[in-house]
Design a protein around this ligand. Structure first.
Ligand code: ADP
Length: 257
């Protein structure tokens, strides 16, 4: 992968500018700084390696050289509505690119993509504010493409996999990125619709199962996973029959043993 191969593969898509790095700390950090300088909608930061890739709450995201797709996509929203569905837009776009190969991924709410029950990709959405309104959003995606991208089990709290391990072959990263971006461009105008919410909801892992949500230092919440609220929050049914809504934030979801 290099800047020429990226430009060539992505030339048919209506994108902003593209920056490519052989090695970078975090593509999201670069994209946030670039977005703050006013770069155009759908500009991309892509790296062959991240040395300080981030998950939520500064947890580490592992992107070894030449094996994974690390990209940050800058969005300049035209309306402030449905911004909370951006993580769904990212999840559905990654899912579309995998479905094309005949495999059905799932979303471990809120921000991980699973394939065969193992973590294939992570999404990290960050915001550039201008006073009280959102100036831009950065969608960070880390996708395990080759087998070597998967971190050693001792570094993980949840099992991980790669496209190559599950599909027995790995697409070129430029090809994968092209498919994700064309899905994102196609789905973006639909973000406000009920169909969009339903498609996102249908991808949820553990639907109808008991899950436990841990949020910060609070007591874990256990309930049956029902689906999504219109803003992308998670709906659970607790053992007393009460509906609970869990908002994004520092939450980690696990199936109960
Ligand atoms: P959680 O799984 O608790 O929701 P995050 O979504 O914040 O956590 O993702 C960060 C976590 O993902 C890290 O703490 C690490 O355990 C795991 N991780 C890091 N790099 C990878 C990777 N390339 N593939 C799969 N899992 C990873």
């Amino acid at each position: 992968m290099n800047i020429q191969s990226l430009h060539k593969k992505l030339s048919t898509l209506a994108l902003g500018e593209i920056r490519y790095f052989e090695s970078i700390g975090s593509t999201n950090d670069e994209a946030l700084a670039w977005a703050a300088q006013g770069v155009s909608d759908l500009s991309l930061v892509i790296a062959d390696e991240q040395t300080a890739g981030r998950g939520r709450l500064d947890r580490k995201w592992f992107t070894p050289k030449g094996t994974a797709l690390a990209v940050s996509i800058i969005l300049r929203p035209t309306s402030s509505s449905h911004l909370s569905r951006t993580v769904g837009l990212a999840a559905l776009s990654i899912a579309d690119s995998i479905l094309k190969h005949g495999f059905v991924p799932q979303v471990k709410w809120p921000n991980d993509i699973l394939l065969n029950g193992k973590k294939l990709a992570g999404i990290l959405i960050e915001t550039v504010w201008s006073g009280e309104h959102v100036d831009s959003l950065v969608i960070g995606m880390g996708i395990n493409v080759n087998k070597e991208s998967v971190p050693p089990a001792k570094d993980l709290q949840f099992p991980a996999t790669s496209i190559e391990a599950e599909l027995e072959h790995a697409p070129a990263r430029e090809e994968l990125l092209h498919d994700i971006l064309s899905a994102l461009i196609a789905r973006r105008p639909q973000m406000e619709t009920d169909d969009f919410l339903r498609s996102w909801e249908e991808m949820l892992a553990f639907r109808g199962q008991l899950v436990q949500i841990k949020a910060g230092g609070e007591e874990p919440v256990t309930g049956e996973l029902l689906g999504l609220a219109p803003d992308g929050s998670l709906r659970l049914l607790d053992k007393h029959g009460n509906n609970i809504t869990v908002h994004f934030g520092d939450v980690s979801l696990r199936p109960t043993a």
